[in-house]
Design a protein around this ligand. Sequence first.
Ligand SMILES: [Zn+2]
Length: 293
Amino acid sequence: MAAVIPSVSKLSSRIIRILGCNPGPMTLQGTNTYLIGTGKNRILLDTGDKNISEYQKNLLEVVKSEQVNIEHIVVTHWHHDHIGGVEDIYGSIAKQPKVWKHRRDVLDSQDDDLPKSYTLNWLNDGQEIKVEGATVKIHHTPGHTTDHVVLTLLEDNILFSGDCILGEGTAVFEDLYTYMKSLQRILDLKPSIIYPGHGNIVEDPITKIGYYIAHRNQRESQILEALKEHSDKQLNEIDLVKIIYTETPEHLWPAAAYNVNHHLTKLTKENKIKFINKDGEKMWQYLSSRSNL
Ligand SMILES: [Zn+2]
């Protein structure tokens, strides 16, 4: 079992973690939000879900007891468990914060659907946001979503990984190719510690990122092997999940199927397997006659 995350933890002189109090199969113990800085004005990274009164109460208590002002709210990506709380905090717990997020890709540009009750400022890759005692640098790391960013705290070589790397288990992603590139990018930053969007602190980032990369490669060969073993049949995502994810509880199968689907798309593009639309059902089959060239 993963170590229990307290609702509020002072992680260092610069960082206070406030748990989003929104536990679930995808959010683990809840979204981790982080108050960053040492002076009067602070940065709040992520805000948890909307309408979570327990979180609002805990955040307000921290803001009062530390006697601070939330000057910036940085959101790692558009998912409701990261951006949802902004509406509740804006104008109340945070008086007049600047709210920051990276833009989504033009092809998936649904940023217009976000609440109009506050103005979003667009983050840029490489941008730095500074408050007393803390400078955070923004790194655009798409894959989980197109707008996903991770942050480095320059004073301490800490990486805030959002949903790109989790404290427990592995992450889901929208695009496998860009996700793998983002993992490599994070590896190149050589962080000494990772504070993730969900789950416990990652004390050995290099090992963990290496594991994530190896894990995806391993999943891919497992999928290919499974299709090869059943090359006389056509299989769907859930068939493959049942063959491969033998240790995954059934309630997590949809998330596993989601990731399997991305591997299947990649393998189909690479001409290693064949996609079949069987009366509306998506199936895949091993391509035994493929050229070795
Ligand atoms: Zn997410």
